[in-house]
Write a protein that binds this ligand. Structure first.
Ligand code: NIG
Ligand code: FE
Length: 387
């Protein structure tokens, strides 16, 4: 493969956390890549020789985005539901069953092509790591094939058999929880790294969620949780109790929820695309950050509540609507996402990290929020390979 030097970087975001600057910004920098990893970072004038060279010409370079929450395995869309919402209908999550029907009816090839399309769309927008959930199959066979297909695209696959109770179990939710903990988990676990539950009124309550997550843990899966999205609830504190890597949404939080997060290793992952797309009040990132909570940003890409694959869009929303600074939002979309996946090999550009990076068509990371909606991703390197 040989070595590759990314040279004349105007602003390099390393996320090395040195000198009290979480972004670890270096100016007039260069970065050497060997064997798909960052081998050296330093001032451009000391750049070592390399087999090949990319001239960043003064542009900003950031770690590739880490999108730690995405539901990419589905068929069809729900554009009409979105239109109805924009005309005043509320979002309830009830549309999930529509997507379950379409997903069950799709062939493996159709699902694989749909995931591939979204994964490529993400890569073009700078996302080099993505978590992918199941959750639109909700039978033993359909959850297993969703995860099998997801695993073709990422190591961070998440079993979300407990997304909603499917229509055929509507009057016997306990039986469905038994199915999820039993044969469904057994079939899904070989393809999954994580387990997730939609803990919300209308989906799964705290007792069901605790039981399902405990089974997942016993099967060797890490815990993550959809919590406190549509209203206050027990999800966030349940996640902290179970040492979840992340509790996601966190839109409706009590002071006790914030305190629990602040004293834990659980990341709060905020998904502003969902509030945008459901026309809901945004979570208050400032409150979490001021309390010392680790915050991540992710797209929640799915056909119902947030059909965006764009991390730059989420960064812009977080800055404009959630009281994050541009630096905090960029950190949350890179290092924060890595923390939410309990990974140390991505989300930073320091020696030993994977050479996943983005060259912006801009001199600084500030432009991601300052120039919303503009395609600022000039080049993406994934494992050191230009895409
Ligand atoms: O994270 N909240 C639950 N699941 C998804 C929405 C799924 C859907 O509406 O299809 C979410 O927002
Ligand atoms: Fe989600």
């Amino acid at each position: 493969m040989g070595s590759l030097l990314v040279d004349r970087i105007g602003e390099l975001v390393t996320n090395d956390g040195r000198n009290g600057d979480p972004l670890g910004v270096r100016r007039d920098a260069a970065l050497l890549i060997e064997d798909g990893e960052v081998a050296w970072v330093g001032p451009a004038r000391y750049a070592p020789a390399a087999d090949r060279r990319i001239d960043a010409a003064g542009a900003a370079v950031l770690p590739g985005f880490v999108d730690s929450h995405a539901h990419l395995v589905f068929a069809g869309d729900r554009a009409a539901e979105f239109a109805a919402r924009m005309a005043g209908e509320p979002y309830t999550g009830g549309g999930i069953r529509t997507t379950v029907g379409a997903t069950r009816a799709a062939s493996d090839g159709e699902l694989r092509a749909a995931v591939g399309r979204l994964r490529a769309e993400m890569l073009r927008q700078g996302t080099t790591t993505v978590e992918i959930k199941s959750g639109y199959g909700l039978t033993v066979a359909d959850e297993a094939r969703s995860l099998r297909i997801a695993a073709e695209f990422t190591d961070d696959t998440t079993f979300l058999g407990a997304h909603v109770v499917p229509a055929e179990y509507a009057d016997r939710p306990d039986d469905y929880v038994g199915l999820v903990c039993g044969p469904m988990l057994a079939t899904a676990a070989p393809y999954a790294r994580w387990i997730d539950v939609f803990c919300e009124r209308g989906a799964f309550d705290a007792d069901h969620a605790r039981a399902i997550l405990a089974c997942g843990q016993a099967a060797g899966l890490g815990v993550r949780l959809h919590a406190n999205q549509l209203g206050p609830g027990p999800g966030v504190q349940l996640g902290v109790e179970l040492d979840a890597a992340s509790v996601d949404h966190c839109t409706h939080l009590s002071d006790a929820d914030v305190d629990a997060l602040a004293g834990s290793a659980t990341v709060a992952t905020l998904l502003p695309g969902a509030e945008f797309s459901t026309r809901s009040p945004y979570p208050d990132a400032r409150r979490l950050l001021d309390a010392g909570v680790t915050v991540a940003l992710a797209t929640d890409c799915n056909p119902g509540s947030s059909y965006t694959s764009s991390m730059p869009f989420c960064v812009a929303l977080a800055v404009r609507e959630m009281r994050m600074t541009p630096a905090e939002a960029v950190w949350a979309a890179t290092a924060g996402g890595a923390a939410a996946l309990r990974r140390t090999d991505v989300g930073r550009l320091t020696p030993g990290a994977r050479a996943d990076l983005v060259v912006l068509d801009a001199p600084t990371h500030l432009h991601l929020a300052y120039r919303p909606g503009v395609p600022l991703i000039r080049q993406v390197l994934h494992n050191g390979v230009p895409r």
